[in-house]
Design a protein around this ligand. Sequence first.
Ligand SMILES: [Ca+2]
Ligand SMILES: [Ca+2]
Length: 505
Amino acid sequence: MAVSTVQMSAAVCLVLITLTFHPSNGDIAAGAADTADVPHRRFEYKYSFKGPHLSQSDGSIPFWVHTGNAIPSADQIRITPSLRSQKGSVWTKNTVNFENWEAEVTFRVSGRGRMGADGLAVWFTEGQGLEGPVYGAADNWNGVGVFFDSFDNDGKKNNPAILIVGNNGKLTYDHQNDGTTQALGTCLRDFRNKPYPVRAKITYYKKTLTVMINNGFTPDKDDFEFCAKVDNMIIPAVGYFGISAATGGLADDHDVLSFLLFRLTEPGQQPPPAEAEIPKEEKDKYQEEFENFQQELDKKKEEFQKEHPDVQGEPVDDIYESVNDREIRQVFEGQNRIHLEIKQLHRQLAMILDEQRRYVSVVTDEIAKRGVEAQPGQAPSHELDTIITTQQEVLRNLNELRNSFSETLRQVASAQNQGNAVGAYETVQHFNDIKEHLHVVKRSVEQLAQRNGNPSEKVKCPDLPPMPSCLSPTHFLIFAIIQSVLFIGYIMYRSQQEAAAKKFF
Ligand SMILES: [Ca+2]
Ligand SMILES: [Ca+2]
């Protein structure tokens, strides 16, 4: 059997998606006039691709062809990498002939720059536009293109934009004006660098083409907003679906995660039988293989978890910040900016103040000079008058300030003086006391002196007793010599005693 296991698995996945897809009441073709008229909706795996086994081991995509710089991988197709002048596209291998259909494209356009280029296009055309100048696909197409135009070629600041451009094969795309003259419908949406993949739902139902966008701010896959609608849109009855992208001088990664096509059938009409209804035996076989495959996948997941315990959750969530994180970051950045602005203002104010001071000093000098010159009767100019007035005003203010300062000082001083006065009073009292005491002492002394000075009251001191004359110099000398000899003898005796005592220790 030529079919590889991976190929089989991919096919099985798609088959199962088909089997499990029941007509959904929620998915109403946008633009359908009546909500009661819910079309029957069937997934068409032969015109779809999605992860996690999008490409096969040889790099091809089941039921699709890819061209140019497109790089298919397991979970997405990189239509162009973020390099200059790249072109790439993917096209269905087979034609589609559904009267009504709905295509859901999930993609990311991401680049480091504030602006990117060129854009991404989703096509339904009569032929495969495998290579060309319109977002990597052929010009003069016959059919419809939905363009996600990143780069603002005409400089009208109206990009990134989404536009619907129809062509009967004769129109050449007006790239320089971003196709504005040819667009049948358009809306402004920034689809670059979004936290979640951007989703476009393109519905062709009852000859009305509607484009709905989920602009990648929410993980809610069904949160679509209306973008543009074209009534009475005529497109080829048979054609190919394709996605293309291109880069220019600026470059973005253009990654398509999935393209899901649904056939829509108006209510009341019998949905056409599936062309290649799979026989029951084969279905069971696929089912079994799918289960085996799922088990193997789970096992591998477990193994991976064991080997990389620190890797948790979806890597996608780690790489792209959540909406909350983004809001917090934006608030934080905003506050930082305000902070910086205030700082800047502060610096500028300081500079202005400095400048002002310098001017004042210069002007003051000038006035002083002019004042000297003007002494001999020259009339000062008007400006000088103004300056002098201002200066006088300043002086007056200064004087006022000084006065108030003096007043304050005075008050403070008086307050201090009050405190000091108490101290001084005490000191004076002390001095007075001391003075009084001194007076008393002086008076006493004077009285004493007066008393001494009065000869009638002179006191007679008693006479000293006479010195005895028994001690002659000879006796004193002999006594001193004897005493000295005794003293020396005692000293010698004592030193001998000490020396003898030391011998015992
Ligand atoms: Ca453009
Ligand atoms: Ca533009």
